[in-house]
Design a protein around this ligand. Structure first.
Ligand code: DGJ
Length: 725
């Protein structure tokens, strides 16, 4: 019974195995947030919160009651004296904007309802709160995941009136906390350096991260944590939120004095970006916000990450694929656009010798595509390049005992394409006015149902007519112009969200119609790495940067809220095509083992002795992959904070573990030595380290640690631990 309502106190308790989330129905029917943190007993805590002097009082009866100083608002609305950033802003038919929603009723649903047209987590007891303002109903949903210590929430707005209303802003979640002694932790970065961990001290004012690009983007991620100052991987309170959405979003945190007092309040909000957003809600219609995931950890970031990882593996990612990630050889960095059937068959033979499960033919196989200037939209095979079509390659794969995968970029169109010649009106742009191209391509208008159904048909046919077991779904440019020919002029600000809904519709269609096909998400590297994509696709290409040093940071940052199984990473050649750096072969193997692994290079150019090492590495990965997919990650040393890094993944039963530690740069004498203290092991178990053959007790590995010497920049060591009985 994770959801409890105390009728006398008019208080709701949402409890997980280790956390409590408490709110009550306040004066006049407002919802007051009372507490979020460690599990507490169910008592009246409302009188512990201060009542303070404020400016606008809500009404004559509630003498001291003001939304400006109500210690915590559960879901703030505009116009009634709460001057912070707010969750909901609506313009009613008469132009008024005082959004006066009051508590109406509640229901506890044994099953979590699926969100209409949006990705959402499965299962879980759900609390539904109904709030009313005139003919408008606001529904707040909270689902509790007891074992994962997570709460998922979203909002729905329904217009029961007879006139259209306009939604100007609708956030998915709000969290009000006392004080401001926090840092905001966000994931920043850029192309080829995604999910850089950024710490920003919170002080009076607003700090926000957002995307206006139509996808979650390389530069930000729909994640924010409010961490007690000084919090580490293993200490301190952390309140984290992650939005299950792949479009333009906003996460903000605001610290402000409470009324006229010096006491501070901190408010975190996350949802669809309200910049250039509005949504007309006709009579009878409902708007559903994406859902947001809350995780609270009382001991730092590693525990926070473990909650996200378990939650996503258990309730978000497709159960059919969550623990089975094919090891691939991808053609991109190996041959780019420069291939023909002979070259590809050669690669397929080599891939089979290497021991991988699937060969993935990346960009360049369709239309007349020999570079990035043409053919997006023409999803039929280029027979000049691939004589005999895809089936020749598929047969070669089958003969070699491996599967065949393919790259697509369904949301895009090249001006030099059959599709463009037939449908220039299917592009997102403002009529004849100048428009931006990026990578020589334009974005298809996925707000247009005709476009979505056309792409459903062509990609559906491609998968229907070929034995394709793996699809890499790429997306190589952000949106611009924000104008759709199918939307009336007063609905143009709906385009960005409608675009995302169109993408989700296509993803839902293809993954449902082809349930055995394994999909990988990608957006010019890791530009769309979010829980919305993970709902459809069990793994996402984390970055085009395959350099081991850069990847360690990218993957470390990504692991803050996404499980290692969801992170796709490949071993490539040196010097790395992205940054020109040469790293040891072992480091490339080790770093690419801390994720769902693959290879991306021209195997035909490998020296024989290197090929043998690659083969051994595939075999090693097969042995440890279960730990990577299902285990608990413990981050031991951060490459963001020191010259060294270390991570270990421990199986749930603590019988096995796989760890990697490494150095960024040698500054002085060789070897540079670091001590690595493991975590997460059973203190009483004896473990054999496969690489050295030595046996140690868990408590020794955790408390004394192991010393490791590094002889070159970006060198790594790996540890495969197995319990000795
Ligand atoms: C960008 C992706 O991130 C790469 O892996 C590759 O698929 C190219 N697109 C192909 O155009």
């Amino acid at each position: 019974m994770p959801i409890i309502y105390d009728e006398a106190l008019k208080t709701f308790y949402l409890e997980t195995s280790q956390t409590s989330y408490v709110f009550c129905v306040q004066h006049a029917g407002f919802l007051q947030h009372l507490y979020y943190g460690k599990l507490i007993s169910r008592e009246d805590i409302s009188d512990l919160l201060p009542v303070l002097r404020a400016a606008p009082r809500y009404d004559a009866e509630g003498k001291a009651f003001s939304l400006d100083t109500m210690p915590g608002n559960e879901y703030s609305t505009f116009g009634l004296g709460d001057y912070r950033e707010i969750a909901l802003r609506i313009t009613y038919a008469d132009g008024s904007r005082n959004n006066d929603f009051k508590y109406d009723s509640y229901e506890i649903l044994p099953e979590k309802p699926k969100l209409e047209g949006l990705p959402s987590l499965r299962d879980g007891e759900t609390l539904l709160i109904r709030m009313k303002d005139g003919d408008c109903e606001l529904r707040l949903y909270y689902t509790v995941y007891e074992q994962e210590n997570a709460i998922v929430r979203h909002a729905e707005l329904q217009n029961f009136g007879t006139e259209q209303i306009e939604i100007n802003s609708v956030m998915s979640a709000e969290l009000d906390l006392w004080g401001e002694d926090y840092d905001a932790i966000t994931l920043g970065g850029r192309y080829s350096y995604e999910r850089d961990i950024v710490k920003t001290p919170i002080s009076q004012g607003i700090f926000s991260v957002d995307s206006k690009q139509g996808y979650s983007s390389h530069k930000t991620n729909p994640f924010m944590a409010i961490a007690q100052k000084g919090a580490t991987e293993y200490t301190g309170d952390v309140y984290a939120v992650n939005l299950v959405y792949s479009g333009s979003f906003k996460a903000s945190v605001e610290s402000t004095p409470c009324g006229h007092h010096d006491l501070k309040m901190t408010r975190m909000l996350i949802g669809i970006n309200d910049f250039d957003f509005s949504w007309k809600l006709d009579p009878g219609e409902t708007f559903t916000s994406p859902e947001a995931v809350y995780v609270y950890s009382d001991c730092g970031f590693t525990k926070m990450s473990q909650s996200f990882h378990d939650l996503y593996r258990n309730y978000l990612i497709n159960p059919k694929h969550v623990n089975k990630h094919p090891i691939v050889l991808n053609s991109w960095e190996g041959v780019y656009f420069d291939f023909d059937d002979e070259k590809i068959c050669g690669l397929i033979d080599k891939a089979a010798m290497l021991g991988v499960d699937t060969f993935v033919l990346d960009d360049g196989w369709f239309g007349n595509r020999n570079d990035d200037r043409t053919s997006l939209g023409d999803w039929y095979v280029n027979e000049n390049k691939l004589k005999g079509g895809l089936n020749v390659l598929i047969s070669r794969c089958k003969k070699q005992g491996i599967n065949f995968g393919i790259w697509i970029e369904p949301e895009m169109i090249s001006e030099e394409s059959e599709l463009y010649r037939a449908h220039p009106d299917w592009v997102i742009r403002a009529g004849e006015r100048i428009y931006c191209r990026e990578r020589n391509q334009c974005v298809l208008d996925f707000a247009n149902p005709q476009v979505v159904s056309y792409i459903k048909k062509v990609i559906g046919d491609l998968l229907e007519n070929h034995d394709i077991s793996y699809v890499k779904w790429d997306m190589n440019r952000p949106l611009t112009e924000y104008f759709s020919l199918v939307l009336p002029k007063d609905r143009q600000k709906e385009l960005m969200h409608r675009y995302v809904l169109g993408v989700y519709e296509l993803a839902e269609y293809l993954t449902t119609r082809f349930p055995d096909v394994f999909f990988e998400g990608c957006a010019g590297g890791g530009g769309r790495f979010d829980p919305g994509v993970l709902y459809y696709f069990p793994q996402i290409w984390a970055s085009d940067n395959t350099d081991a040093g850069a990847r360690e940071k990218i993957q470390y940052g990504t692991s803050l809220c996404y499980p290692l199984s969801a992170i796709s990473g490949h071993v490539s050649v040196c010097p790395c095509h992205m940054n020109g750096r040469t790293t040891p072969i072992k480091s490339r193997f080790d770093i690419a083992s801390l994720c769902s692994t693959g290879y991306e290079l021209n195997l035909s150019e490998l020296k024989e002795e290197d090929f043998a090492q690659f083969r051994q590495n595939v075999a090693r990965y097969k042995e440890i992959s279960d730990i990577i997919y299902k285990g608990d990650l413990y981050r031991l040393k951060s490459p963001f904070e020191s010259n060294y890094f270390a991570e270990i993944v421990v199986s749930k039963d603590k019988e096995k573990a796989f760890g990697v530690c490494g150095i960024m740069k040698i500054d002085g004498l060789r070897p540079a030595v670091s001590i690595v203290k493991f975590k997460g092991l059973d203190k009483t178990f004896l473990y054999r380290i496969k690489e050295t053959g030595k046996i140690y007790r868990g408590d020794i590995l955790e408390n004394v640690g192991i010393s490791v010497g590094f002889y070159s920049d970006f060198a790594t060591e790996s540890f495969t631990l197995e319990r000795v009985k």
